[in-house]
Design a protein around this ligand. Structure first.
Ligand SMILES: [Zn+2]
Length: 408
């Protein structure tokens, strides 16, 4: 039947295809359109990000004109613009692999995301097959998560459990946008251990926000470990730290003048980092900063989630043993299909010249002697790196937190 249809369409001298239109004029949108071949139904794009605002690996487009059931192709190349690394312009483009998941994220409503079929990878490009639906198609590097999704999460959870969920504004960004978070705290929580979870210090790593959302939704659910966790801890979640670059569709990582996650100094460039430091210092002053988690997506070939942690020899004994205990709970809970690498990776001097200015290390140096700080990198280039897959990692992370805090 399929071949008959193809034959039939081949007979039509001028098939009634609508013109293809690509737009990025919405929050998080990003692409440079190289060409549109109407005859071949092929759209050629590159990530549109400005390297001064981070690695140009994020892309997110809306495509109109593909008829229902009609096939088209989205061909993606890497950005040609020189990228920064270790705080300097390298004069060379970023490796295109950062921009090229094996399958792209696709949606017909901009809310519900699934994977495309696998792209066909060639040396310098990847071609993602598209099939038209009832309206425009939204296609992106990964499932997008912008301030709109933060607002939806806050609205939905505040309605679900108004007695314990409180929204707050952490800061206004340098460009004047609100950085919103939510606090999950029952009565009497002011004496409880604090869990601080933040995502998207690197704007392109959209999966991290989905993991944060999965954690929040799990904590507010009915599982007994979730009920126990919210009874014994005060939980703060910031789904997006670098709101500015998420909004403009830039990559964020290695941004000029400072990578968001190399900004953890005594004089941060980003107001949201300064505001977080102030809150964390206050919790440490109350002797209750128990857990700090920074959520990220790693490199294209990291097919299993893993933790980055600071050098163990720099930790007090209690913090070191707490971290080992947390990591063993996490290993047990973060099971297949996105199963955790058992050994964490250490971000010391050999990892990055500015390793002391990474969030987790700042927390190690400014927290309590028992504080557990780590960065979770959730794989983005696997068949399970979907919105649903990330949400499930968030739930599993919640179970690990519950195990950890209930075993203190
Ligand atoms: Zn990152």
């Amino acid at each position: 039947m399929k071949s008959a249809l193809i034959l039939f369409s081949g007979f039509c001298a001028l098939p009634a295809f609508a013109d293809l239109r690509v737009s990025t004029d919405f929050e998080g949108g990003s692409a440079t359109v190289d060409s549109i071949d109407e005859g071949r139904r092929e759209i050629r794009i590159r990530p549109g990000g400005d390297p001064a605002r981070g690695w140009p690996c994020w892309w997110f487009v809306r495509i109109e004109g593909i008829g229902k059931g009609e096939a088209a192709t989205l061909v993606l190349r890497g950005s040609e613009r020189p990228a920064r690394n270790n705080g300097q312009d390298t004069g060379k483009p970023l490796s295109p692999s950062w921009a090229m998941p094996a399958a792209a994220a696709i949606s017909e409503d901009g809310v519900t995301w699934r994977h495309t079929e696998l792209g066909k990878r060639a040396t310098d490009h990847i071609a993602y097959p598209l099939v038209g639906g009832d309206g425009p198609l939204w296609v992106a590097w990964g499932p997008p998560f912008t301030s709109r999704e933060t607002d939806s999460l806050i609205d939905a959870t505040s309605r679900l459990r108004p007695e314990i969920v409180k929204a707050f504004e952490l800061a206004r960004t340098r460009e004047g946008r609100p950085v919103r978070g939510l606090r999950i705290a029952g009565p009497g929580s002011e004496d409880r251990p604090v869990v601080w979870v933040q995502a998207r210090q690197h704007a392109w790593e959209s999966g991290a926000s989905w993991v944060a959302r999965g954690l929040v939704e799990w904590v507010l659910g009915e599982e007994k470990e979730a009920v126990r966790l919210r009874e014994i801890a005060e939980i703060h979640v910031i789904p997006i730290m670098d709101v500015d670059r998420v909004a403009t569709g830039d990559g964020g990582k290695e941004s000029d003048p400072r990578d968001h996650n190399r900004d953890w100094t005594d004089s941060p460039h980003y107001p949201e980092v300064a505001a977080t430091q102030k809150k964390l210092l206050a919790f440490a002053g109350e002797n209750r900063l128990a857990v700090f988690l920074d959520l990220h997506n790693p490199g294209a070939n990291d097919r299993r989630p893993f933790f980055f942690v600071g050098p163990p020899e720099l930790l007090p004994d209690l913090a070191r043993s707490n971290r080992e205990r947390f990591l063993s709970f996490a290993e047990a809970r973060l099971d297949a299909p996105l199963s955790l690498e058992p050994a964490p990776r250490v971000t010391g001097a050999g990892y990055h010249p500015l390793w002391r200015q990474i969030s987790g290390q700042w927390v190690n140096e400014h927290g309590n002697p028992f504080t557990m700080a780590a960065c979770l990198e959730t794989s983005w280039n696997t068949p399970h790196s979907t919105a649903a897959g990330y949400l499930s990692v968030g739930a599993k992370l919640g179970r690990a937190l519950s195990d950890f805090l209930n075993s203190r």
